[in-house]
Design a binder for this molecule. Structure first.
Ligand code: CP
Length: 314
């Protein structure tokens, strides 16, 4: 398995299959009364989050703890020496000097995990870097889709909304097309990135025309915090033209599912009642995130020389 996970591009389809298959075992661990296995006892995982997060940070913490690793949670806030002007590089090397085995990093700057991986011996996992990539989100999304469809091959997935600012969209398109799915990006022209032709996805500006063809409708959060200019006239107008409401759900195939990486803007990209429909698997994505992150930590730190069957998960 790879040492660092910085981008979905690093993983072959068979490596992705291995991560998902391994996550099946850890999904089962999460249903037990005692949700802990001794696989990473004595190893240390540092969560280094310079941007806000609920799902990714907590699920990485839970994943590491369920594997019996020690966990350090570090945020670049006023209590750390970053507030005294310490650099990212010196912070990383300080953590390395204390013997951490893996650093899970979220940063507002695209490429920050790549830089970090050159400064430390520890494995580096990208937990979201600017508008660039969010590879573990893509893996948990694949895992969640796989619970509903027998194969990724030929599956039609629509990713709807703020593609321009979305690291999730970039990683999901890379992962889904690698696995043989057809992806259509659906957004207003102002929220489509300029270099979109290299992504390998189709583009549509008409949500209602696309909806009946899709197996998966993946809604993106409108990232108000990353919009320096007015790219949509108003959130109300966005909801009117691009939001998934009950009327639009009725245009979908009966077996099609609804996904969202969270956090949601209920009433903007997704109507409040649509988020709670049975075909909406947003909460399952969160549950699966723990199992997929356990799988990654296990494969990257604990099991390079061992098959899963040899590890005491029972
Ligand atoms: N999906 C996701 O990355 O959510 P958080 O920002 O809460 O981690």
């Amino acid at each position: 398995m790879i040492k660092h996970l910085l981008s979905i591009d690093q993983l072959s389809p068979s490596q992705i299959e291995l991560v998902l298959k391994t996550a099946d075992s850890f999904r089962e661990v999460g249903t037990r009364t005692i949700k802990k296995v001794p696989i990473l006892r004595g190893r240390t995982v540092c969560n280094l989050f310079f941007e806000s997060s609920t799902r990714t940070r907590i699920s990485f913490e839970l994943a590491a703890k369920r594997l019996s690793a020690d966990v350090i949670n570090f945020t670049g806030d006023a209590r750390s020496s970053l507030a005294k002007g310490e650099s990212f590089k010196d912070t990383a090397q300080t953590l390395q000097a204390m013997g951490v085995d893996a650093i899970v990093v979220r940063h507002s700057s695209a490429g920050a995990p790549h830089r970090l991986s050159r400064w430390v011996e520890a494995s580096v996992i990208n937990a979201g870097d600017g508008a660039h990539e969010h590879p573990t989100q893509a893996l948990l999304d694949l895992y969640s889709i796989r619970e509903h469809f027998p194969s990724f091959d030929g599956l039609r997935v629509g990713i709807v909304g703020d593609i321009l600012h979305s690291r999730v969209a970039r990683s999901d398109v890379a992962a889904l097309t690698k696995m043989g799915s057809q992806v259509t990006l659906v957004a207003p022209p102002t929220l489509i990135p300029p270099a979109i032709d290299s992504w390998g996805a189709e583009i549509s500006y008409d949500l209602e025309e696309v909806l009946p063809k899709l197996d998966v409708v993946y809604l993106l959060r409108v990232q108000k915090e990353r919009q320096n200019e007015q790219l949509v006239p108003s959130l109300r107008e966005y909801a009117t033209f691009w939001g998934l409401d009950r009327r639009r759900v009725d245009l979908m195939k009966p077996e099609a599912i609804i996904m969202h990486p969270g956090p949601m803007n209920r009433g903007v990209e997704i109507a409040a009642d649509v988020a709670d429909l049975e075909r909406s698997i947003i909460i399952d994505q969160v549950t699966n995130g723990v199992a997929v992150r356990m799988s990654l930590l296990y494969l990257m730190l604990g099991a390079a020389d061992r098959a899963l069957e040899e590890v005491p998960v029972g």
